[in-house]
Design a protein around this ligand. Structure first.
Ligand code: NAD
Length: 432
C-alpha cells in the first residue's frame, strides 16, 4: 500500500527518534489519532518508565500513556532494527551548542546513522530538531543516500519540519499550532504535509528544507532580539528612574504595529538562548556577521549580572554587603509554572551571588532541589519565617501559586525581576 493511503487510513507505522519534550508529545498525539507509534530512545530509564506508563515530560500526563500502551498503539524501545518496519520516521533528538557556541549536530548524525542502513523503499524521514539552514540537505541526505543506496524523491522522501512545542502552554498544543513543512522535493513536502495534516489543524508548506529550517530560526531569533531590546530598555529605565513595566504596558495598548515583550533576569529554556547561535554559526561560515543575534546574546546573557548589581544596591541601602547577606531567590525555573531548569538564568544569579559570599536560599514550588556548581540547595518552604529571615527576596520567576502580597508584606526588601508584585507599592519593593 502507498504511504499516502496508509496515512489516510492510519495504518502507517510511525517511528519517533528521541522521546523528550518534543518527541514524546508528538508520538502520543499520533497514537491518540489512531496510528501505531514506536518511540526509539537511547536512554534506558526513559524507555522503561514509558513502557510502564510513567511520563517524564510535564506536558504528557502519565494517564495519557496507559490506554495507548494497552491498546498497542505506543511503545518505547532501544532496538533500532525495528526502524525498518516503520513507514514514517521522525527525528526529534537534541541539538545543543558546544561551549564554543558551535552547533553540536552529533545527535542528528547518530540518529541518521541508525536510520540509513535500515531504510527501505517508500519510507518518509522527517527531521524536526532545530538546526542551521542546510542541515537536512547537506548532512542528513548524503548520509542516508550513500548508506542505503536509495534515491530521495524516487525511493524515499525526506523533509524538515520545525517543532514548535511551548512547554507548559495550556492554549497551544500540537493540534492547534500550525506546522511548517519543507521537503527535498515537492513530493517529499506533499507527503510530509499529509502526515502532519493528520495531527495538526493547519500545515504550512514551504519550498525547501532550508526554508523550513530558517523559519524556526527566524521565530526564535525574533524572540531573542526583542527580549534583548526590552532587557536593555529595563536598564535604560533604571537609569532614568522610570518603571519599565509601566512603559511596556502603555505601549501595548497600541492596537497595531507593536507587540509586547517583557524583560527579566536573562533568557532560559532549550530554544531562545541556543537556536539563534545555530544561525549565527552558519552565517559566519559564509563570512556574514549576524549583528542582531550577537548583540541580543550579549545583552541577555549579561542580565544575571545586572540583577546581582541591583541586589547589591538594595542591600547597600541597609548598610549591607553582598558577602554574608541572606538572599532568598523566589522561582528558579526558566519560566512560570513549569519545573524546567534548562538554561535558567536563576542558575547564573545564584552562582554570582554565591561567588560574592551571599548566603543563598531558594523557594520554587516546581523545583525541589537545585545544584549550582557543587552547591546543593533544597527548596525552602515559603513560610513567614523564611521570608522574614532574608535580607532581600529576589523574584526571578513568577510562578502563579505564590502569594506575592504575602511576600511583599513579610519580606524586608524585595527585588522583583518579573513584575510579579505589580500593584504592590512601598519603599521595600524594587522592580527590574
Ligand atoms: N523543548 C522544547 O521546548 C523545544 C522547542 C522547540 C524546539 N526544540 C528542539 O527539538 C529538539 C529536541 O528537543 P527536546 O527538548 O525534545 O530534547 P530532549 O533532550 O527533551 O529529548 C531528546 C531525547 O532524544 C534522545 N536521544 C538522543 N540521541 C538519540 C538517538 N540517537 N536516538 C534516539 N533517541 C535519542 C535523548 O535520550 C532524549 O530523551 C531539539 O533540536 C530542540 O532544539 C525543543
Amino acid at each position: 500500500m502507498s504511504l499516502e493511503k496508509s496515512i489516510k487510513d492510519k495504518s502507517a507505522r510511525i517511528g519517533i527518534l528521541g522521546l523528550g519534550y518534543v518527541g514524546l508529545p508528538l508520538g502520543v498525539e499520533f497514537a491518540r489519532k489512531g496510528f501505531s507509534v514506536v518511540g526509539f530512545e537511547v536512554n534506558p530509564a526513559v524507555i522503561a518508565g514509558l513502557n510502564k506508563g510513567r511520563s517524564h515530560v510535564a506536558d504528557v500526563p502519565s494517564s495519557a500513556l496507559g490506554g495507548l500502551l494497552s491498546a498497542g498503539r505506543f511503545k518505547a524501545t532501544g532496538k533500532f532494527d525495528e526502524l525498518a518496519r516503520m513507514d514514517a520516521v521522525i527525528i526529534c533528538v537534541p541539538t545543543p551548542l558546544r561551549k564554543s557556541k558551535e552547533p553540536d549536530v552529533s545527535y542528528i548524525l547518530k540518529a541518521t546513522k541508525e536510520i540509513a542502513p535500515r531504510l527501505r523503499k517508500g519510507q518518509l524521514v522527517v527531521l524536526e530538531s532545530t538546526t542551521y539552514p542546510g542541515t537536512t540537505k547537506e548532512l542528513v541526505l548524503p548520509l542516508i543516500q550513500s548508506e542505503s543506496g536509495l534515491k530521495v524523491g524516487r525511493d524515499f522522501q525526506l523533509a524538515f519540519s520545525p517543532e514548535r512545542v511551548d512547554p507548559g502552554n495550556r492554549t497551544y498544543k500540537i493540534h492547534n499550532t500550525p506546522k511548517v513543512v519543507g521537503g527535498v522535493t515537492p513530493a517529499c513536502t506533499e507527503l510530509a504535509a499529509r502526515l502532519y495534516g493528520e495531527v495538526v489543524n493547519a500545515v504550512v508548506s514551504v519550498t525547501s528544507t532550508e526554508a523550513a529550517e530558517m523559519v524556526k530560526l527566524l521565530e526564535n531569533t525574533f524572540r531573542a532580539v526583542n527580549i534583548g531590546l526590552v532587557n536593555e530598555l529595563a536598564q535604560m529605565c533604571h537609569r532614568l528612574r522610570l518603571n519599565v513595566w509601566e512603559i511596556i504596558g502603555a505601549a501595548a495598548t497600541k492596537p497595531f504595529g507593536y507587540m509586547p515583550f517583557y524583560p527579566g533576569p536573562g533568557i532560559g529554556g532549550h530554544c531562545i538562548p541556543l537556536d539563534p547561535h545555530y544561525l549565527a554559526w552558519k552565517m559566519k561560515s559564509l563570512n556574514f556577521e549576524p549583528r542582531f543575534i550577537e548583540l541580543a546574546g550579549v545583552i541577555n546573557s549579561a542580565m544575571p549580572e545586572f540583577v546581582v548589581r541591583r541586589l547589591a544596591e538594595i542591600l547597600n541601602l541597609d548598610g549591607r554587603s553582598v558577602r554574608g547577606s541572606r538572599v532568598l531567590v523566589l522561582g528558579v525555573a526558566y519560566k512560570p509554572n513549569v519545573p524546567d531548569m534548562r538554561e535558567s538564568p536563576a542558575i547564573d544569579v545564584v552562582k554570582l551571588l554565591a561567588d560574592q559570599g551571599a548566603k543563598v536560599a531558594y523557594h520554587d514550588p516546581h523545583v525541589p532541589t537545585l545544584e549550582v556548581e557543587g552547591i546543593k540547595l533544597a527548596s525552602k518552604p515559603l513560610s513567614d519565617a523564611t521570608l522574614r529571615s532574608a535580607d532581600v527576596v529576589a523574584v526571578l520567576t513568577a510562578h502563579s501559586q505564590v502569594d506575592y502580597r504575602r511576600v511583599a508584606a513579610r519580606a524586608r526588601r524585595v527585588f522583583d525581576a518579573r513584575n510579579a508584585m505589580n500593584g504592590q507599592r512601598g519603599s521595600k519593593v524594587f522592580r527590574l
